[in-house]
Design a protein around this ligand. Structure first.
Ligand SMILES: Nc1ccn([C@@H]2O[C@H](COP(=O)(O)OP(=O)(O)OP(=O)(O)O)[C@@H](O)[C@H]2O)c(=O)n1
Ligand SMILES: C[C@](O)(CO)[C@H](O)COP(=O)(O)O
Length: 236
């Protein structure tokens, strides 16, 4: 990927969640996964790229773990306090780059809870996303039969899975466009569970880039064991 003229690449890691579905005493991003914590794996995947100017990590207001991690001393890492929702955390991280990032610069947003993203998928996302008018996200085609239920948990229909994708991260957008889209959704009280949905709410059509099925989000305890197997495979 070659960035033209003075366009720069920034990274944001939302890491202010509490991991309520995981249910551990410590937020899931700080749990051990092989030789380091989940968040260190996720951050290292981005910091492995020299073209990232800085990485802003959004932390919970009561976070007491991050500052003791070796990666907190990386000169490109900038911690900020995140918000109540993931989208608030991303917006606050983008605000921390105001005055430094240009509207046309690119930003990669990646969940702290996705430690298994591959360098190859990040590379492909950048190649294809920077060539697209809006930007792009890593995604995975739905492979199971999909059902819609009623409130009683009964099946009311089988949903056509053609053209259905699961959204993953990183997601790549222009700094100014992402900032404005998130602000618009916040002001209008529109639900936004990923960056692409904010852009979609503004009438944009980001590109889907097929990614490895290994790029799981640590959500439930079983995911940690699966991620450990995937990361072990990476080192071989
Ligand atoms: N207010 C929030 C909520 C989530 N996140 C981050 O967004 C990513 C994806 O969110 P998710 O997997 O839902 O994490 P949690 O919110 O921690 O989990 P849960 O929904 O189970 O509580 C995680 O890296 C999480 O730390 C964040 O930065 N700010
Ligand atoms: C951004 C994300 O990981 C894409 O799948 C997902 O939307 C995060 O959602 P969550 O509800 O915070 O787990």
């Amino acid at each position: 990927m070659t960035l033209v003229n003075s366009v720069r690449l920034w990274a944001v890691i939302p890491a202010a969640g509490t991991g309520s579905r995981f249910g551990a005493a410590t937020a899931k991003q700080y749990l051990s996964l092989g030789d380091k914590s989940v968040i260190e794996h996720s951050m290292s995947k981005l910091l492995g790229r020299e073209d990232i100017a800085a990485l802003v990590v959004a932390l919970h207001p009561e976070d007491s773990h991050f500052s003791s991690l070796p990666i907190a001393n990386d000169p490109r890492v900038r911690p900020v306090v995140g918000g109540a929702e993931r989208s608030d955390s991303v917006e606050l991280a983008l605000n921390a780059l105001a005055g430094e990032a240009a509207d046309t610069d690119w930003v990669l947003v990646h969940d702290a809870a996705r430690p298994c993203v591959s360098q190859q998928d990040i590379h492909t996302l950048l190649e294809r996303g920077c060539a697209h008018a809006v930007g792009a996200i890593l995604a995975s085609p739905v492979v199971d039969t999909v059902k819609r239920s009623n409130a009683e948990g009964e099946i009311v229909e089988t949903v056509d899975r053609n053209n259905m994708w699961r959204a993953l991260t990183p997601q790549l957008f222009r700094y100014g466009q992402l900032r404005d889209a998130l602000a618009y959704c916040r002001e209008k009280h529109l639900s936004v569970t990923d960056e692409a949905s904010a852009l979609e709410r503004c009438g944009q059509r980001p590109l889907l880039v097929a990614a490895s099925h290994r790029n799981i989000k640590i959500t439930y305890p079983d995911d940690l064991a699966i991620a450990a197997v995937f990361l072990e495979g990476e080192q071989q």
